[in-house]
Ligand binder design. Structure first.
Ligand code: ASP
Ligand code: MG
Length: 373
């Protein structure tokens, strides 16, 4: 199918929607684009630090919040944003309608707090677009079509909503708009001289995000790579400065980026197959009522399976602390971090270090990029 040149998907991050003034100002930009004849799907995140505040609130009420109810709570953040954005558009005389994830047909598996999108059936979105409305969607959420339960897509999951919609409708652009200039070669807070890329292959962006770059949810990039979605990551106040990502690949061998997960845990398991250990991890997380961690690496050494996993720090700690109760999984190391070099041909090379050595290693490895012509 050819791309729908007239359709753009815009996703706004929480820091770009933190105040009523910001919401009105973003609405004005959306209105201007709509006036110029574009069809628009606008995906919004929760305002400012709302999601973190809701998580704190949940933990003040309950030591380990029920995961279904936690999803019910967290999805309200995006729902607030979508309703306010659509109100602001109405005030400007811009036709618009907001939908939750389930209204927009985002179907997921049943994994609360870290669900995967399986399929989207956005009938109401298509109808509203045909009526020339700006469609405002609550990001980060969907529904399990079997149980009818509301799910969330993991931190930063509004990116995934945006990419899935862009893929479904063959949008000419999927723009992830936030308060950063685009994708850097490393975290600019750790490496002052980190390079901003004007263009980047999706394969490289995927490696960056899988290995810890916070710029996008890695599953959203996985989706974009599979469906060849033209992604743009840039500033919400300008729509121009940013990184354009495409399916093109580079063939040069040079180092492109150094990324890192601060909190990593190494596990060992006696399992004949990696899939067996993966199931143990999922089962054990379910027993604990925690979302399954991201499995970074699984390797068999001398009959022992070693696994590297990561997650949000509190969840990972809870998981690691409970491992003594697991018969299948054993804790090998904690307080370690991963530092990963990614090369232009898509190869990634990961170092595991004590967490205190993480930043110096990132800085040292990054010098290889700085010294390149
Ligand atoms: N509000 C959610 C989060 O902070 C989802 C998102 O922003 O994409 O993770
Ligand atoms: Mg957010």
């Amino acid at each position: 199918m050819s791309t729908n040149q007239n359709l753009r998907v815009l996703k706004f991050g929480g820091s770009s929607l933190a105040t009523p003034e910001q919401i009105r100002s973003v609405a004005q930009n959306i209105f201007n684009l709509h006036q110029s004849g574009k069809k628009l799907i606008v995906v919004v995140s929760a305002m400012g630090r709302t999601t973190d505040q809701l998580l704190t609130l949940a933990r003040q009420v309950s030591k380990s919040p029920n995961r279904r109810e936690l999803d019910m709570l967290l999805t309200t953040g995006e729902r607030v944003s979508m309703a306010l954005m659509s109100m602001a558009l109405h005030d400007l005389g811009c036709p618009s309608i907001s939908f939750t994830g389930s209204q927009a047909g985002v179907m997921t598996d049943s994994s609360h707090s870290n669900a995967r999108i399986l399929e989207i059936k956005p009938f109401r979105v298509a109808e509203a677009l045909a009526e020339n409305k700006v469609v405002v969607l609550a990001g980060f959420q969907g529904v399990d079509p079997n149980s009818k339960e509301i799910t969330t897509l993991g931190r930063g999951g509004s990116d995934t909503t945006a990419v899935a919609m862009a893929a479904h409708f063959n949008a000419s652009r999927c723009e992830i708009l936030k308060d950063v200039d685009g994708v850097f070669s490393s975290d600019p807070k750790i490496v002052n001289s980190a390079r901003l890329y004007a263009e980047l292959p999706l394969t490289i962006l995927y490696e960056f995000c899988f290995w810890g770059a916070k710029v996008l949810n890695y599953r959203s990039v996985e989706w974009a790579r599979q469906k060849k979605v033209p992604l743009f990551i840039g500033r919400s106040d300008n729509f121009k400065i940013g990184t354009q990502c495409s399916s093109e690949t580079f063939s040069s061998p040079s180092l492109m980026g150094v990324n890192s997960h601060i909190n990593v845990v190494e596990l060992s398991a006696k399992a004949a197959h990696i899939s067996e250990a993966t199931h143990s991890i999922t089962d054990f997380s379910d027993q604990l009522g925690l979302p399954a961690p991201q499995i970074l690496k699984a390797e068999i050494h001398d009959g022992d399976l070693k696994l590297l996993i990561t997650n949000e720090s509190e969840t990972l700690n809870e998981f690691a602390n409970s491992l003594a109760d697991s018969k299948d999984l054993h804790l090998s190391r904690r307080d370690i971090s991963s530092v990963t070099e990614t090369y232009a041909d898509g190869r990634s090379l990961t170092h595991i270090v004590n967490s205190k050595d993480r930043e110096p290693l990132i800085q040292k490895l990054h010098e290889k990029i700085e010294h390149e012509p």
